[in-house]
Ligand binder design. Sequence first.
Ligand SMILES: Nc1ncnc2c1ncn2[C@@H]1O[C@H](COP(=O)(O)OP(=O)(O)OP(=O)(O)O)[C@@H](O)[C@H]1O
Length: 587
Amino acid sequence: MKNISATLAIVWRIAAPYFRSEDKWVGRGLLAAVIAIELALVAIDVLVNQWQNRFYSALQNSDWDAFVTQIWIFIGLAFTAIALAVYKLYLNQWLQIRWRQWLTQHYLREWLDGSTHYRMQLKGDAADNPDQRITDDVKNFVEQTLTIGLGLLSSIVTLFSFVIILWGLSNAAPLHLFGTDLMIPGYLCWGALIYAIFGTALTHWIGAPLVNLNFEQQRYEADFRFNLVRVRENSEQIALLKGEGAERGGLFRRFGFVIGNWYAIMSRTKRLTAFTASYQQAAVIFPYVLVAPAFFAKKIQLGDMMQTASAFSSVQGALSFFVVAYRALAEWRAIVARLDGFEMSVASAAHPPTHEPTIGLAPSGSTTAIALKQLLVKLPNGAPLVAADAFTIQPAERVLVTGPSGSGKSTLFRAIAGVWPFGTGTIAIPGKSKLMMLPQRPYFPIGPLGDAVIYPAEHGAVASEKIRDALIAVGMPKLAERLDEDGHWNRTLSLGEQQRLGLARALLHVPDYLFLDEATASLDEPSEARLYRLLAEKLPQATIVSIGHRSTLDAFHTRKVALVKDGEIHVLGKDGEPAQAEPTVAS
Ligand SMILES: Nc1ncnc2c1ncn2[C@@H]1O[C@H](COP(=O)(O)OP(=O)(O)OP(=O)(O)O)[C@@H](O)[C@H]1O
């Protein structure tokens, strides 16, 4: 019971915001319409049930006129039911797509906001495969919530409508046992209730493991798909390393989990279906068994018996909602748990718990320098990595950061960029200054080359002429003619070419602070020197901080600081300390 109320609270938390959003009037209107149709369909069922009594009585009495009248009534009811069924589906689908659109956009905004997606990945917590949660899980949540919610509503209304009818019929057709009439008020209702309780309890007992199995199935399917995408993305590496065998093995193993779990679902579903099918079959005959003695004792007419059977099956059907919908409910609970995990994970990445110390980022209007104060950058597992205290980078300075591989240079950059939360201390960044990070392998979205270069600016934000000039300046005149060409640039360009495009991006964005994390490491030394001179010429006001291992980089920086090992951690050289190598001013 506690589980059910907890699940319902989560469903409410996920579902309700749409009906309070800017699209609320459309959402509420459509929901009201589908609920109204659902109720109208129950009303039609009640009318058909009453019609059955009149129809079978007309047959039993060989009353032709009554028979014809009932046929006309049936035609009217049937047409109404058809129209309602059509609009029930149409409006339901309409509501589904509006709701899904809002929820997907909402999740995309939350997930992509302020590097949350990256921090979620770093934390490696509950939300595996966010792509699947935003696609399949949102779609299925909306669809199943409506189906299950409306099914439940319809069952409750059906139950109340038919319980009244069945109660009346119980009195009209008393329980006739061993030649005597037993007067048990509403005995048919009690019969249906006992039958449904027994069915629901057994269904839950047999089907409970399905919730977990469905949860795991979704996870295995998503893992398998994600790994296929990874193979596609890294196909060149795999082909060069002849890694197909290893990939095949890995994919077979992951697909093995999908299959193994599926067999477990199959076997559980088989047992559940064997029970629910028997239960439903028995439900067909059960009401006749109850009222047949009264019919054969001529206490009731054929019409009464048929109406009773139909009313009983409606009541029993409504009470057995959980039996029939159990599989869907198990799937739905798994989806709800997955979306809940996703929301939790987004929330904890976006707003880390206050008791967890994080690196404080203080955009400061007063300072013109970047200042690191008592900074201790840690790994996600809490192990300290890099320390820096009273370290500043002045405007227009050119700083080269060196240090052994794995000492934490890139992680320090991530902390300055504000995406690495693990650690303590503060990083003060001049207010309104524009920071830009260029990694060794720049990212290019798939699409027109021009858009890939100006990323993260949007299409059309930079004039084509400027993009062309930047490409020519970084030594890519041929690409300057292909700005409108669609491509997967991370795949088709060499790493050196990608690094040139990265620098073109920096020229176009004119950052105040440019951080180059081995961003020219794949270029030959003369080209690297040319590009550094170009940066000095085109971005004279910019502060440039580079990470690099080549000694030739010294010439383009005014200060060189090293990460020096101190016990378990590396410490960033303090301000004013002599540089490790002779600094030389950019030529
Ligand atoms: N997301 C992460 N989770 C766990 N450990 C990480 C993560 N990112 C980096 N590390 C660890 O932090 C350490 C420093 O990594 P970092 O990339 O900052 O080093 P680096 O000094 O830039 O190295 P290189 O010169 O080889 O590029 C490494 O030991 C790395 O394994």
